[in-house]
Write a protein that binds this ligand. Sequence first.
Ligand SMILES: NC(=O)c1ccc[n+]([C@@H]2O[C@H](COP(=O)([O-])OP(=O)(O)OC[C@H]3O[C@@H](n4cnc5c(N)ncnc54)[C@H](OP(=O)(O)O)[C@@H]3O)[C@@H](O)[C@H]2O)c1
Length: 174
Amino acid sequence: MKITLIMVTSLDGVIAKDSDHNAFEWTSPEDKKHFQSLSKEIGVVVMGGNTFKASGRKNYPGRIAYVLTHNPENYDMGEDVFALTGTPQSIASELRGKGHEQVALIGGAQVNRDFLLAGLVDEIYLTIEPIIFGKGLHLFDEEDLNIKLELLESKNLNDSGTILLHYKVLNGTN
Ligand SMILES: NC(=O)c1ccc[n+]([C@@H]2O[C@H](COP(=O)([O-])OP(=O)(O)OC[C@H]3O[C@@H](n4cnc5c(N)ncnc54)[C@H](OP(=O)(O)O)[C@@H]3O)[C@@H](O)[C@H]2O)c1
């Protein structure tokens, strides 16, 4: 099963000012379009509990959505969003067991770090928006990492400076 991380950051690698900050509030229309289109093509989105709380469940129609949480009773998931818990490895095998051949991992910082550390991220689509936040949550929550990547493609998403980078992860451990 292929796991593709899809994220958007500020120029300084910040994904949100804090755990409640919704990425859909500050990103370009072109990145939103890219996210919707790629995640629908993949068909399955997997996210951390804080990401789900910050973004709300209305943002993932047309996809199977999974939320990682130890406390599903604390979330308003509705009928089309499912809770998962476990280690990144056990979550990946559960998803594989459900017949998914590819999934989009869509944040946040904690989940990104844990799946990258477990060697489970195959590709990364990273949009960089022309904005600087300074403080905030970074793409991968605090960890000493040394993960090598190969650039597969880069393109401008608009005339305002939004850039999309597509990488293959060469080694999945630190
Ligand atoms: N810029 C972007 O592209 C982008 C994308 C996504 C998110 N974000 C932002 O990132 C922020 C959220 O990131 P975050 O690092 O605070 O949190 P997160 O990674 O979204 O969620 C962490 C939470 O998920 C649950 N969890 C994580 N791993 C688990 C596992 N293996 N098994 C069971 N539950 C697990 C735990 O919640 P429980 O306490 O419920 O167990 C944990 O507290 C938000 O502001 C969001 O808007 C930005």
